[in-house]
Design a protein around this ligand. Structure first.
Ligand code: F6R
Length: 527
């Protein structure tokens, strides 16, 4: 199931309308399955706008509605027949004869249902089914206690549905007790399904959809058996807690996130064996689950991930199936991604670049790491920016085997190496005096420059120059809205940022991460 979490109801409606319009562009004579209720009203109104603007065309489309109350007159203001004409059909260019709604006036409901099911089949089945979800998890009017392998049929509404739908009537007594509805089997044979959910009242059932397993008391959970379902919901509806784990060489960090609220942060030391690391992660997760209803776990790790196998130089992972190892121990759904990617996601969701959809995160440390976020999602195409060649004729050999990689100029390792070489050549310099027998830290290099050391200044200027060259390349390739820098050296703040910005295009937005090493676990939680 693909999950799209939107900021609010309006965004959710617009997103769903976009997908319906795209379906009609791809297949103008699509057979659409339509829902009623309060959830799709915004989407229907958006589709009306798209149709008027010429970006959605229903002229060849066919529609089948999910359900209708029984008995009910078609012209009753509460009938779904009235609802569909008021909310959608009157606003779009669909042909009346191509719309199908179960007839709540029929005196032979069984025959009506049979004929409806046959007609759907005659049209080749539903291409795109739109669904809302009841607070009790029903879809269509397939209530929790109903038979699940059903086709179109008459059903009795659950007391919880009568209560929920009484908001559309004068009182609960006025809500019809029966309905005609397509069955779960009809729904599950649709080619594509869009399920929409909005508001906190739906958060419990939505968490059943995103959690593991199939809870048979929640009919919508059966959608997990379908291979092409998109759940589009707003933040209110998407509430389950998620756990992010960021495995580093020294520490493993944990973060619990509910919605976008950070509930817990925790850190433990990293063991030096693979089993030790997995054991620790599994037992921390089970401890955290005592206080939080964790639905999913995201894990960030350094290294390369191929077909789910992780190989990391500074951790005991060699073709390690991290995802399945943690999933087996915790019985939770686990997603593993590269740690820099997770940190970049953390920056865009929780950091100073929340207002951006597209950012690049650069981590300056032992190497140069990067994560690319496009449209608020991690992109896995490329991203080894530390290994872009910044000096074609360079004699600096990188660990990857190439010469002149950005990492050999802009990592803190490179800065320190340069500074140590220059200090050794200028033993009378402040830089050398501050060193420990010629050994330096990044902090000491900036300290020497602060004290007026020309040697240190020249080393820093060169470092910043190469940093700027790399960033200019990134801007030219991606035009990100912002570039975020992270890593211990960014603690130098304006001493690093101001001269860097002077070497960049005027409109470039470069920021120092406010989350720093917390970004990884937070981003992992959002995987
Ligand atoms: C309506 C339907 C129902 C609704 C559900 C949610 O055709 O099939 O399953 O989608 O009851 O209703 P709202 O959107 O009003 O919360």
């Amino acid at each position: 199931m693909r999950i799209i979490v939107c900021e609010n109801y309006a965004d959710m409606s617009a997103k769903a309308a976009e997908l319906v319009a795209a379906q009609l562009t791809l297949k103008p004579d699509s057979v659409l399955g339509l829902a009623t209720g309060s959830t799709p009203i915004g989407m229907y109104s958006k589709l009306g706008e798209l149709c008027s603007a010429g970006t959605a065309d229903f002229s060849e489309a066919v529609s089948f509605n999910l359900d209708e109350y029984y008995p009910i007159r078609r012209d009753d203001p509460h009938s779904y027949f009235t609802y569909m004409h008021e909310n959608l059909f009157s606003k779009i260019n669909i042909k009346e004869e191509n719309t199908h709604i179960l007839n709540g006036e029929t005196d032979d409901p069984e025959r009506e249902c049979e004929a409806f099911e046959k007609l759907i089949k005659l049209h080749g089945g539903i291409d795109l089914q739109i669904l809302g979800i009841g607070r009790n998890g029903h879809i269509g009017f397939n209530e929790p206690d109903a038979v699940m392998n059903s086709y179109t049929h008459m059903t009795r509404l659950a007391p919880s549905t009568i209560k929920a739908n009484s908001r559309f009537f004068r009182s609960a007594d006025d809500v019809p007790r029966m309905a005609l509805t397509v069955g779960m089997s009809t729904i599950l044979t649709s080619k594509k399904i869009i399920l929409m959910a909005s508001g906190a009242a739906k958060s419990r059932v939505v968490s059943e959809l995103i959690g593991d397993g199939i809870n048979l008391t929640v009919p919508a959970a059966l959608l997990k058996l379908h291979s092409d379902v998109v759940l589009i919901c707003d933040k209110e509806a998407y509430r389950g807690a998620r756990l992010g784990v960021d495995i580093g060489g020294t520490n493993i960090k944990f973060a619990v996130v509910e919605g976008e609220e950070i509930k817990l942060r925790k850190s433990i030391a990293t063991k030096d064996t693979c089993n030790g690391i997995i054991d620790d992660i599994a037992s921390e997760i089970s401890e955290i689950r005592k206080s939080y209803d964790i639905k999913a776990v995201g894990v960030g790790t350094p290294g390369l991930i191929h077909d789910g196998l992780v190989t990391a130089i500074n951790l005991p992972f060699r073709d390690t199936p991290l995802e399945s190892l943690i999933a087996e121990r915790t019985d939770l759904s686990v997603t593993v991604d590269n740690d820099a990617n997770c940190a970049a996601l953390g920056e865009v969701v929780f950091g100073g670049t929340k207002d951006c959809g597209n950012i690049v995160l650069i981590t300056l440390g032992t190497g140069v790491g990067s994560g690319i976020i496009l449209n608020r999602s991690i992109t896995h195409n490329g991203g080894e920016m530390g290994h872009m060649i910044i000096e074609a004729e360079s004699s600096r050999k990188c660990g990857c085997g190439q010469y002149g990689c950005w990492e050999t100029y802009s990592s803190v390792t490179a800065l320190v190496k340069d500074a140590e070489e220059q200090a050794a050549k200028n033993k009378s310099s402040i830089l050398y005096t501050l060193s420990d027998n010629g050994r330096l830290t990044g902090k000491q290099i900036f300290e020497a420059a602060d004290k007026g050391c020309g040697t240190a200044r020249a080393v820093i200027d060169r470092y910043i120059h190469y940093l700027a060259v790399g960033i200019r390349n990134i801007i030219n390739i991606f035009s990100p809205e912002a570039i975020v820098l992270a890593g211990g050296i960014t603690g130098q703040g304006d001493k690093l940022l101001k001269p860097l910005i002077r070497e960049l295009p005027e409109d470039a937005r470069v920021e120092i991460s406010i989350l720093q090493e917390e970004a990884g676990a937070l981003g992992a939680a959002m995987l």
